[in-house]
Design a protein around this ligand. Structure first.
Ligand code: ADP
Ligand code: ZN
Length: 839
């Protein structure tokens, strides 16, 4: 079967073997099933009578697909198959209750339609791959179940069968009993504790253990409060020494006491007991969800401008109908305080909250604030959690135990109940856009979801995207503005360095630290301040060059120079991830004349240590986040002041709050400006403004140094002068003149193939088909042309950008043209609606 690189795969390993459909001739029930294949729509399957009972939308089913068996999700129940379609039968129902409700299925349908993505892929987005299929689980009778009085015939049959058999699969139970509605009844009995359901692998996962942690507070005081019980004191001392929660079992073994001692401590409020799945490590649990130590509202009184914004948002929440806002205010102006207060109201009114940040690295900081207010009502969802943790959080959300969900764009896809508020912090950030199919934008989807639930959406930024500003101007978003800055209030002072005038620029070509910057770093350090240096490129140097023959070590698949990493002495392709040991002499001419050209974060860090040996420096970039401890450890060292200087990629410019930073500098503001992308200027402006926001957040006044070869560029001027109006005016003018979003809507079509001619002709043919349609008169078609990255991962890339005033017209036209593209050709095309990455 043809499949694109994007095609969906459900993670469950399914038994191979011939997928004989059960006899479909007797079926009178049919279901539409979204399957993991690049098909635009769900497929119809027949449901054998034995499986029909209780089956509806949102259940996972195992179905034959070609010669494979796959797991799909039922999207609808049908009374008859579409005319003339020969249906196969589903093989098994994997769930006892739907994993997706109607709202989530609507969301999946919208994503598939709007982003022109296969329905199977968009459904898969919403069903975490960590969900174990019920069909694999084993059901046993519990003691309570054995003793309980059966309610009816079904109860009796289940009990009798399970009395004689343990660890029974749902399918077996269903087949043996031959009674209707077995699955929903099992779900009910499991909730009542009358049957136990174990997941695969010998019952790990759903087995719960009792754990205990010491309550926050002074140990000596707590020991006194124990009275004369030496055992109780030992338990507290043990927990204190451990520094994390312990299981009841461990305490029993280590301290040699009974659970009665722990219960007494718990009554005295000296420890807290909780249960959690055995598979979760206790340390993680503490980090992510517990710590009542920190709970309690910080009791901040909002300033009048904050109050106005918060009341407006709260008004929308009280009304309970879709209200979208754009909350703008410079970094440190107290936007977070505003939306957290609105979140409080939302919870009080019984509705759920989703808080989104663009990157995982920003989760911990916000989590601390959120936990203070909402404690265990908070759930965190992101891809760095273990499978068990993600599964647990998702279940807590689905059951309504956790009502505030925090995370990157995927948090939006959580099955939050009665959603009342969605906050998209740093809404301008391109990380909200998913770079593989379905290529949805978390910010835009947030608006859709809020609308579907009658919820309030708040887009938040110091530098809102042009799209959102445009929507605020045209009344689609209600603008809210914070005018003051929290803390001492002053804006950082901006200093511009014209690199053309640096003496060193003439000699060596690249200046990392201008004279002015060196002086400012020394100054800031002497006054006890911390420094942030932005270098938007990781690794040691972007090119390793042989000075004898000019060889520059390109990636064989992408044709682009590989980045040299001094750490580990490696060459890495930053586009495809290829990675190899760096040579010590040139592989072409044999000379040992290899020289790193240019500088990434690693080299800047090294150069910094030479220049300022007395200042402790750390590097924060994607490489750092992959190492042990990761970005969190780097940020923590900087927060505590252990490191004085932080060098990093744009990761350093986002969202962090470091009151002691008095200097922020960008070593070259030009990195983005030169990109062939209509958003290059907007990105540069946002980056510089965000960076400026890092400096002077506490009591000390801050400074920002911008080094550039384009000192007169309007984005740089405006960022420096904090003149938002001037930037917007010029940038809107540029977008309007050249018909770029937000004045038009765009779709990018990319063709990729190993064979350059194939990629070119497939896209060329599509372009001709588009232009032949009547609607083509109202479209602007750029290309087809080779993409700026013309070869990536061994595939040649051609692209075409379609623009029109209306998004739906654009999508309809492209759908129409795609209708005549053969499946094999279709599979080398990827479609990006509202694209961000035009490379
Ligand atoms: P933003 O989200 O706009 O960057 P935050 O909401 O994180 O700003 O606020 C920055 C800092 O100022 C935080 O430490 C916050 O607790 C504090 N702060 C915000 N509003 C107030 C206020 N009204 N009174 C006192 N401190 C405030
Ligand atoms: Zn490569």
């Amino acid at each position: 079967m043809a499949s694109t690189g994007d095609s969906a795969r459900y993670p469950e390993t399914l038994g191979e073997g011939p997928a004989e459909g059960t006899d479909a001739s007797t079926a009178d029930v049919f279901v539409a099933v979204a399957v993991p294949a690049p098909l635009p729509e769900a497929l119809t399957y027949a449901v054998p009578p034995t499986l029909a009972e209780g089956l509806g939308p949102g259940f996972r089913v195992r179905v034959p697909l070609g010669r494979r068996q796959v797991v799909g999700v039922v999207t609808a129940r049908l009374d008859a198959p579409p005319d003339g379609v020969r249906t196969k039968a589903i093989l098994e129902v994997l769930d006892v209750e739907p994993v997706l409700d109607g709202e989530m299925l609507d969301l999946a349908a919208f994503v598939a339609d709007y982003y022109m993505a296969p329905i199977g892929e968009s459904v898969r987005l919403l069903v975490p791959g960590t969900l174990p299929p019920w069909g694999e689980r084993r059901i046993s009778l519990t003691d309570a179940g054995a003793l309980a009085e059966p309610r009816d015939e079904l109860d009796t049959a289940i009990r009798d069968y399970l009395l004689n058999h343990s660890k029974v699969r749902l399918g077996e139970l269903r087949a043996e009993l031959g009674l209707p509605l077995v699955a929903p009844r099992i779900a009910e009995l499991a909730r009542a504790g009358r049957v136990s359901v174990e997941e695969r692998g010998g019952g790990r996962g759903t087995r719960f253990v009792k754990a205990v942690e010491r309550s926050p507070g002074d140990l000596a005081e707590q020991l006194k409060a124990c009275g004369r019980s030496p055992k109780a004191k030992s338990v507290l001392e043990y927990l204190d020494a451990l520094g994390r929660p312990a299981t009841l079992r461990d305490i029993g073994q280590q301290v040699g006491c009974t659970s009665a001692v722990v219960r007494r401590l718990s009554k005295l409020g000296l420890v807290r007991e909780f249960t959690q799945p055995e598979t979760l490590s206790l340390r993680r649990h503490r980090l992510e969800t517990s710590t009542e130590a920190e709970t309690g509202d910080p009791g901040i009184v909002l300033r009048p401008d904050q109050e106005t914004c918060a009341s407006a948002i709260e008004g929308g929440i009280r009304q309970g109908s879709f209200t979208p806002f754009l909350l703008r205010g410079m970094t440190g102006s107290g936007k977070t305080e505003v939306y957290l207060r609105a979140a409080r109201l939302c919870l009080d009114l019984g509705r759920g909250v989703v808080l989104m940040v663009p990157e995982i690295a920003l989760v911990p900081a916000l989590a601390t604030d959120v936990r203070k207010r909402f404690g265990r009502e908070m759930a965190i969802l992101h891809s760095n959690l273990s499978k068990a943790e993600r599964h647990q959080e998702w279940e807590r959300i689905r059951r309504g135990e956790a009502r505030v969900v925090l995370g990157p764009r995927s948090a939006l896809l959580a099955p939050v109940r009665h959603l009342g508020l969605i906050v998209v912090d740093e809404e301008h950030d391109s990380s909200y856009k998913q770079d593989k199919s379905p290529r949805y934008n978390g910010r835009d989807l947030a608006l859709w979801r809020a609308k579907a639930h009658g919820a309030v959406a708040v887009l938040v930024s110091a530098t809102p995207s042009l799209e959102s500003r445009y929507n605020a101007n045209t009344g689609k978003l209600a603008p809210l503005v914070l005018t003051q800055r929290a803390g001492h209030g002053g804006l950082p002072q901006g200093l511009l360095v014209d690199l053309r005038k640096e003496p060193a620029a003439r000699q060596s070509g690249e200046v990392l630290f201008s004279g002015l910057l060196l002086k400012e770093i020394r100054d800031a350090a002497d006054r006890g301040g911390q420094v942030i240096l932005l270098r938007n490129r990781r690794g040691y140097s972007p090119v390793l060059l042989c000075r004898a023959c000019g060889e520059d070590f390109r990636c064989g698949d992408c044709g682009l120079p590989m980045t040299y990493h001094l750490r580990g002495h490696r060459l890495a392709c930053h586009y495809c991830g290829a990675d190899q040991r760096a040579p010590t002499s040139c592989s072409t001419c044999g000379e040992a004349a290899l020289e790193p050209m240019g500088a990434g974060t690693e080299r800047v860090g090294e150069r910094f240590r030479e220049l300022f040996p007395d200042l402790a420096v750390d590097v924060l970039d994607a490489d750092a986040s992959r190492r042990v401890g990761g970005a969190a450890a780097v940020l923590e060292r900087f927060r505590t002041g252990e490191t004085r200087v932080l060098v990093g990629t744009q990761m350093v410019s986002k969202g962090h709050h470091f009151p002691n930073v008095s200097l922020a500098a960008v070593l070259s503001a030009d990195t983005y400006l030169r990109f062939p992308d209509f958003r290059a200027v907007e990105r540069t402006y946002a980056l510089l403004t965000q960076l400026a926001g890092r400096a002077g957040r506490g009591e000390r006044p801050g400074k920002v140094v911008i080094q550039t070869y384009y000192p007169d560029h309007y984005a740089i001027r405006a960022a420096l002068a904090n003149d938002d109006g001037a930037f917007i005016e010029q940038e809107m003018e540029f977008r309007r003149t050249y018909h770029y979003p937000p004045f038009t809507r765009a779709i990018q079509v990319l063709a990729q193939h190993k064979d350059i001619d194939r990629a070119r002709t497939v896209l060329g043919r599509l372009a001709r088909d588009v232009l032949r349609l009547p609607a083509a008169r109202t479209l602007r078609v750029l290309g087809p042309t080779s993409a700026p990255l013309e070869r990536l991962r061994g595939r040649w890339r051609f692209q075409m950008l379609l623009r029109a005033a209306s998004a739906s017209l654009l999508r309809r036209t492209l759908w129409a043209a795609l209708g005549s593209v053969p499946a094999a050709d279709r599979s080398i095309l990827s479609i990006d609606v509202d694209p961000y990455d035009l490379m």
